[in-house]
Ligand binder design. Structure first.
Ligand code: GRF
Length: 208
């Protein structure tokens, strides 16, 4: 049984997708042992509450820097014996020993097709604003392992989404969530929980 912690900062729609996939049997061999939010007001916390999932706030604002924050996250993950950390709309960059201890055990969903529209400054709506500004016809989402490079870890899954005429950043974000993020993030969790993701070098491969 894979013990998962889901780290959140906002609405929690990706957390909800994981919860629904667990309850619907789309994800097997896994359970959410903790939801941890960097934001005390995150609606994601209410989603955890509704599904009786243990949850806590570790407010990023109470820390001077990301390193101290990351170190305290590591302590909590070890206390709770977490096997996989899932970043689902989590808006803080993780650093330090946490990334070593949990090497290839932290995954993130990014709302674009890495290596496009990613890296520092590319998060939330900003991603979709840049996609529309550039005029690409296909965007999508990526689930990848987390390392010390923002959006730089090995790619696990990607799914394309069509950009439509008249799209706004908001309509595009919603489509990318519905048609990509909410599908590939739970899928990646299930693949990992069932031992079907193999890392060779800095590439991830899905075992059939
Ligand atoms: C989404 O755009 C997601 O791609 C990004 O964070 C945003 C909010 O996600 N990672 P959520 O609704 O809080 O899961």
């Amino acid at each position: 049984m894979l013990n998962i912690a889901v780290l959140v900062s906002g609405g929690g729609s990706n957390l909800q997708a994981i919860i629904d996939a667990l309850e619907g049997g789309v994800i097997t061999n896994a359970q959410i042992r903790l939801v941890l939010s960097s934001n005390p007001k995150a609606y994601a916390l209410e989603r955890a509450e509704k599904h009786n999932i243990p949850h806590q706030v570790l407010a990023r604002k109470e820390y001077d820097n990301s390193l101290e924050y990351s170190n305290d996250i590591l302590k909590i993950m070890q206390e709770r014996e977490i096997d996989l950390i899932v970043l689902a709309g989590f808006m803080t960059v993780l650093q330090g020993e946490l990334l070593n201890t949990y090497k290839n055990k932290i995954i993130n969903v990014h709302p674009a097709l890495i290596p496009s529209f990613c890296g520092d400054g590319f998060y939330g709506l900003h991603v979709h604003e840049k996609v529309l500004e550039y005029g690409v016809k296909l965007t999508g989402a990526t689930v990848h392992f987390v390392n010390d490079v923002t959006d730089g870890g090995a790619i696990i899954l990607q799914k394309g989404v069509e950009v439509k005429n008249g799209d706004t950043p908001e309509t595009l974000q919603k489509r990318v969530m519905q048609q990509a993020e909410w599908i590939i993030l739970p899928k990646a969790v299930d693949l990992i929980a069932n031992g079907r993701v193999e890392i060779r070098g800095n590439r991830a491969y899905i075992k059939e």
